[in-house]
Design a protein around this ligand. Structure first.
Ligand code: H91
Length: 683
């Protein structure tokens, strides 16, 4: 079969059943787009991979798909459908509008013990289940835990997971995962038990939740390995004795001395305020077939319930599987188990692409389904975009219900915006000292106690590593304060109340209310906008967000300073489109957790300050208006990090903010670099 036709089929398959919107993130060789399943109206995340670009990583994707087909748990991201063509792989996945746990932690600096417990119980639940299915995850870190609409965690990225043939008790050899989270036995190249290595990573993760930084960290890998194999880390003063004990029991250098996940389920720290062990069994076991969903599908497909059940039970991860699982998800969230009446979609009898386009206009959903959450912006393309089949459908807005001017975006009310700003961690002015990543720790850990009790018998192993030259001494504690909390958004709550976790009593169900409240918070926090679900509105996210409120406010009346005159000169040298982008001014956005507030009101000045600092930090960038696409390069011309910085105007009060988004690279290195850039820019 000609490649062309196979290609069309794969893409048609996608567009036949899903609307595909903008890119919401990227990871490794994948691009993730927001989508909507037409029959159920449910939002999905679509992971798109180009097989050629995957190269040696293709087996990793196959491993991930196979694992995800076997895993069905409330805290594991659900795989709904896989579409494979000769050049592309599309994975349709559960959508998690809250984004990465990593961003949530750094926006809050660190989490309270109560909030950490809520998350930790979910991580333990997911891991107990994953282990019970014979898998070790091997890449546990806050970047691989996403937050869903109810503020619950979902584990992702099973590309490095292992399922030893003889069971999890069998040893593994492959050293993989992120070094900072890797267990000592793993980085020493020893044979290791996957579940034991996962518990170590869970300890590092818990430390990151409670402290906002890593227990073992060093830019130099050899020094990092040495710290890990020694197993020594500092316990900051704010950790409770219970937290110190639990961390110590998980980060034991000797694997056999470490707690097991089973022991974590009813550990006193994990059960505090709950009085019940962590519930880890799947609430959605694959063997169980829901009759309501079958009935609805049978009616829709004009089939018998029996034959529909047979079809669903094949678990082919095709559109049947996706429809069933999405219906089930609706049911579990108390939504009606209803499909749009469109049998042709199932039968695939008419032009699939047109079907998708036509049916969008006819869609009608009830209750909260008139809302779509739109993620961050897609600023152009990279290799995945050369796939012609996956396109963002952009509609020209022609006025929206109740908003004749076409102002489609319905902003979430933000009554506490002023209050939040009052608490804002406005970076100090005039700082020029390059802060060191260790510095904040030095400052925070004025009263730290070193953990030495987890070292066990392995301490002697450490000298296997060659030592690099000594590092430059860290800067003074005074300077260390300079980049504190640059990435932190203060008091993140919509209502202005503190969001640092409640004290849920009476089991996991008791935390539902608490979760609901925080879910509302996270919608406010995440880089999201709520838009009405009409064809016009749905596709406006990209266009509107990029132009909204911008360009309307001119700098007229104000006498320009020299910086601005300089900028004006620069503008005249740019291409017309780039000139327009700058002349239009920055976007106006609301406070989000990936936005750093500044004390300045002049966006051009902020832009210029950042522009002047980037070369100093060896950051390459391309500029598009007020957005800087930044990259750092490693040896051999490899991009080690990619991220965006966007100067924007915040509404109420009108100050300048810098939106940041990591696209590629180590999350903590990114955090330190962006902190460094923003604090050095004296904004
Ligand atoms: N990191 C490890 O940025 C760097 C919103 C968002 C919403 C998602 C649902 C599933 C996945 C990502 C989502 C997502 C990768 C998902 C699932 C699996 C997987 C991958 C992604 C990023 C990639 C983008 C992600 C966050 C993690 C957003 N993302 N915003 N729903 O393998 Cl199983 Cl790569």
């Amino acid at each position: 079969m000609p490649v062309e036709r196979t290609e069309h089929r794969g893409a048609d398959e996608l567009h036949k059943y899903y609307e595909v919107y903008e890119t919401i993130g990227s990871g490794g060789f994948a691009k993730v787009k927001l989508g909507r399943h037409l029959l159920t109206g449910e939002k999905v995340a679509i992971k798109i991979m180009n097989k050629k670009a995957l190269g040696d990583d293709l087996p990793r994707v196959k491993v991930e798909i196979e694992a995800m087909k076997n895993l069905s748990h409330q805290h594991v991201c659900r795989l709904y459908q896989v579409i494979e063509t000769s050049t592309q792989i599309f994975m349709v996945l559960e959508y998690c509008p809250g984004g990465e746990l990593f961003d949530y932690i750094i926006a809050k600096d660190r989490l309270s013990e109560e909030e950490s417990r809520v998350f930790f119980r979910q991580i333990v639940s997911a891991m107990a289940y994953v282990h019970s299915q014979g898998y070790a995850h091997r890449d546990l870190k806050p970047e691989n835990l996403l937050i869903d609409e109810d503020h619950n965690l979902k584990l992702i990225d099973f590309g490095l997971c292992a399922k030893p043939k003889g069971g999890l008790g069998y040893e593994l050899m492959t050293c993989c995962g992120s070094p900072a989270y890797a267990a000592p036995e793993l980085i020493q190249g020893k044979a290791y038990i996957g579940s034991e290595a996962d518990v170590w990573s869970m300890g590092v993760l818990l430390f990151a939740l409670l402290c906002g930084y890593l227990p073992f960290d060093d830019e130099n890998h050899m020094l990092l390995y040495r710290k890990i194999t020694r197993g020594r880390y500092d316990n900051p003063r704010w950790l409770s004795p219970g937290s110190v004990l639990l961390l110590n029991q998980m980060m034991q250098v000797e694997p056999k001395r470490r707690l097991t996940v089973r022991q974590l389920l009813d550990h006193p720290w994990a059960t505090k305020d709950y009085n019940s062990p962590v519930e880890w069994h799947s609430r959605q076991p694959l063997g169980h077939i829901d009759e309501d969903c079958i009935t609805e599908m049978a009616v829709n497909m004009k089939r018998s319930r029996e034959s529909t059940t047979v079809l669903v039970k094949e678990w082919r991860y095709d559109h049947t599987t996706a429809t069933y699982l999405l219906l089930l998800s609706k049911k579990q969230r108390g939504k009606p188990v209803r499909l749009r009446r469109e049998p042709a979609v199932f039968e695939g009898s008419c032009s699939p692409l047109h079907q998708g386009l036509q049916s969008r206009e006819a869609l009608h959903f009830s209750e909260d389904e008139d809302a779509i959450i739109v993620g961050s912006l897609d600023f152009g393309s990279d290799y995945i975009d050369d796939c012609p089949w996956v396109s963002v459908k952009k509609h020209t807005p022609q006025g929206v219900r109740g908003q004749p001017d076409g102002a489609a975006t319905t902003r979430l009310a933000s009554p506490s915006a002023e209050k939040r700003f009052a608490y804002s961690p406005t970076p100090e002015r005039g700082r020029k000292t390059t802060p060191h990543r260790q510095e904040r720790r030095d400052r925070d850990q004025e009263q730290t106690s070193e953990n030495k009790e987890n070292i066990g018998s392995q301490e002697k192993d450490i000298e296997i590593f060659a030592l690099p030259p000594p590092r430059t001494p860290v800067s003074s504690k005074k300077n260390a304060r300079s980049n504190k909390n640059v990435l932190t958004t203060p008091n993140q709550n919509v209502n202005g109340t503190k969001t640092n976790g409640g004290t849920p009593k009476g089991g996991d169900s008791a935390s539902k209310e608490h979760n609901k409240k925080r879910a509302a918070d996270i919608k406010e926090l995440a880089n999201i906008e709520i838009m009405a679900f009409s064809p016009e509105r749905r596709s406006r996210s990209l266009d509107m967000a990029a132009t909204e409120d911008s360009g309307k406010k001119k700098r007229g009346g104000k006498v320009f300073g020299s910086l601005e005159r300089g900028l004006d000169k620069m503008i005249t040298m740019l291409t017309p489109s780039k000139r327009r982008a700058l002349r239009d001014g920055p976007r106006k956005i609301k406070v989000q957790y990936n936005v750093t507030l500044t004390s300045q009101t002049n966006p051009d000045q902020v832009l210029n300050q950042i522009l002047s600092i980037l070369p100093e930090k060896n950051v390459d960038f391309t500029q598009k208006g007020y957005t800087l696409k930044c990259r750092t390069w490693g040896d051999f011309g490899k991009v080690t990090m990619a991220f965006e910085l966007e100067v924007c105007l915040l509404q109420r009060p009108e100050v300048v903010g810098v939106r940041r988004q990591r696209l590629k690279g180590d999350a903590w290195v990114y955090k330190h670099l962006v902190e460094d850039i923003l604090s050095s820019s004296s904004i």
